[in-house]
Design a protein around this ligand. Structure first.
Ligand SMILES: Nc1ncnc2c1ncn2[C@@H]1O[C@H](COP(=O)(O)OP(=O)(O)OP(=O)(O)O)[C@@H](O)[C@H]1O
Ligand SMILES: Nc1ncnc2c1ncn2[C@@H]1O[C@H](COP(=O)(O)OP(=O)(O)OP(=O)(O)O)[C@@H](O)[C@H]1O
Ligand SMILES: [Mg+2]
Ligand SMILES: [Mg+2]
Lengths: 165, 157, 157, 165
């Protein structure tokens, strides 16, 4: 299974619709401090169902919605879509291509879609469970967090082995 | 369950020992069960000894050595569990130039089986990357993304 | 005591606002007393708004922006209290190339009044340094130190 | 007041007597990962009276004594000396040049010297009190700790203002 595309709209500093294609084995993202690189990673965490505001560097859940700049007004919702090539059926769902969308409105209303079908957060978590994606997987290492795996307590490390078992 | 935990432990430990040696160019590493009698409750301790040095607590290692040890463990997990993709946000920040090179070339090796997405400020990492995306804020406070080649990418760093 | 605390607060706040603007090339920053009525128990909050961006909680800032904000505060303390020397261990790790340059040139400015000792892996910082010491482990596990010039130093990085 | 020299002997990876002269306003230390750069900073913290093993990255106080390598035996004590130019009388003590030495033996015995005179740890702390040196000063920023000043609790930040008052 591979990542194909990420579409970001109104999420953090990505006010405008932005599409990233993941067409190669080794992809790099570069840019000046504060330009939005880690925000892309936050968008990926978020569309996988991340609920912890702290992991997204925010204080409230609506902090991820584009808050405006000195010259542009804030937006009313954030939306992220991720597209997978599922031709090896790695995700146990009957689609060659899987598209997951998460949307959050400023009034707190959330929407989740799997291949266009309205779903619950639970369905997204179930889809990714034990697939090395989302919660508890070590497949996303955030900025400044690489050393954490050494200093976490013993239980957390035993979880790593349980995950791989 | 106990059997599969033990099997996973044995395999992860073996991968970790191999990968650590490759990234450090030598040395020794280990994963130790704090309570080998009980697979249900045992904790796991990490042992790391860079080449030529004596074994000491992991806390005494340098910033770069800790990063490289953590990277070795992450790569061991990847190789064992075959995750579809890995995302690394500036994990090369503490590495010196020669270790950045090892790290980047190691990813290149692994990327035949696992997709890697990497954020970096280091030119040496950039040189190993297949396709590069540059993020900027042309319009203040608003991010935009554009595909760049290596030469353009070096202006983004 | 209350008078001197208030005076120190006012001066630190003013330095912080100036230095932040210089390091970021614009933007706004502030130090706010959480309980201005009571100088004995009030806490202090840090506000930072990079150029062109809207004011948000400091947690949403990027890694490099947080580093630069912290550096601005440290420099404000130095300028106020006139400490004899400052030691910085790889504080430029998260900075992009243009911010490393600003950071290093700022130290050069300050170093007329305060002695700076800096550990770095970044060539851009090295280029601003007066005298460079290279640390190696020729004999495994044993550190040795030697004075180097800029060209030699670049091999140590 | 300025730093003039640092002499390290048997401290962490500095098995051999090592002298660093601080003759310029802007000094840099460079070298590969694990070569000993941060150990130099630890030596400076230590000779200023640092008591926290955690701040020195150790678990016990004797972790700072050179522990040996695959080819060289461990040593019996660690010793660090720092020399200041005190011609502006910044340190309130009757010497143009001030030399502070700290020594620790494997059996746990500690020695402290100020200009060759045996002293107590308390004398060293008093010498540096309110001088922007040692505990609570922000003049030494350790590796990975630069962001801490932003996330520490409010009390810690108010301490900063108290220190400068
Ligand atoms: N909801 C939001 N609306 C608008 N801007 C936001 C929002 N949330 C975060 N930002 C801005 O995004 C910026 C941080 O972006 P990000 O962390 O992706 O930077 P980065 O490219 O990773 O930089 P660095 O190289 O320093 O790590 C901050 O300046 C922050 O103010
Ligand atoms: N008591 C000791 N005896 C011998 N070696 C020690 C002792 N304490 C620490 N070391 C060694 O010192 C090394 C760490 O040195 P240090 O932290 O100064 O590296 P560094 O040059 O700052 O590297 P980096 O660039 O990665 O931060 C470790 O490899 C550690 O094993
Ligand atoms: Mg970032
Ligand atoms: Mg270091």
């Amino acid at each position: 299974m591979e990542l194909k595309k990420l579409k970001i709209y109104g999420f953090k500093s990505f006010a405008n619709k932005t599409v990233i294609s993941f067409e190669d084995p080794f992809i790099g993202i570069v840019g000046p401090n504060g330009s939005g690189k880690s925000n892309i990673i936050d968008a990926i965490r978020w569309v996988f169902g991340e609920q912890s505001n702290k992991s997204l560097r925010g204080e409230s859940s609506t902090d991820v919605i584009f808050g405006g700049t000195q010259t542009k007004r804030k937006q009313n919702f954030a939306e992220v879509t991720i597209v997978f090539d599922n031709s090896d059926n790695y995700l146990e769902i009957e689609f060659l291509e899987v598209e997951v969308t998460r949307r959050l409105y400023r009034n707190g209303i959330s929407e989740y879609l799997i291949n266009g079908v309205e779903s619950r957060l639970k369905d997204i978590n179930d889809l990714f469970l034990d697939k090395g994606i989302g919660k508890n997987s070590f497949s996303i290492i955030s900025q400044g967090k690489i050393e954490e795996i050494l200093s976490t307590n013993q239980d957390h490390r035993r979880q790593i082995i349980e995950e791989t078992a | 369950f106990k059997e599969s935990f033990k099997a996973a432990y044995i395999q992860l430990r073996s991968e970790f020992q191999i990968i650590f040696k490759e990234l450090f160019g030598g040395g020794e590493a280990d994963l130790i069960l704090t309570n080998p009698e009980d697979m249900l409750t045992t904790g796991v301790e990490i042992i790391a000894q860079p080449p030529g040095k004596k074994l000491q607590t992991i806390s005494l290692l340098s910033g770069g050595e800790k990063t490289l040890t953590a990277i070795s463990l992450i790569f061991s997990i990847i190789r064992m569990k075959k995750v579809p993709f890995v995302i690394l946000d500036e994990v090369d920040a503490a590495l010196d130039e020669s270790n950045v090179k090892r790290y980047a070339e190691y990813i290149k090796l692994f990327s035949s089986k696992t997709q890697f997405i990497v954020i970096t400020h280091r030119p040496t990492t950039m040189e190993c990357i297949d396709s590069l995306y540059g993020v900027t804020m042309e319009e203040e406070g608003i991010s935009s993304l554009v595909k760049v080649n290596l030469k353009e990418g070096e202006n983004y760093v």
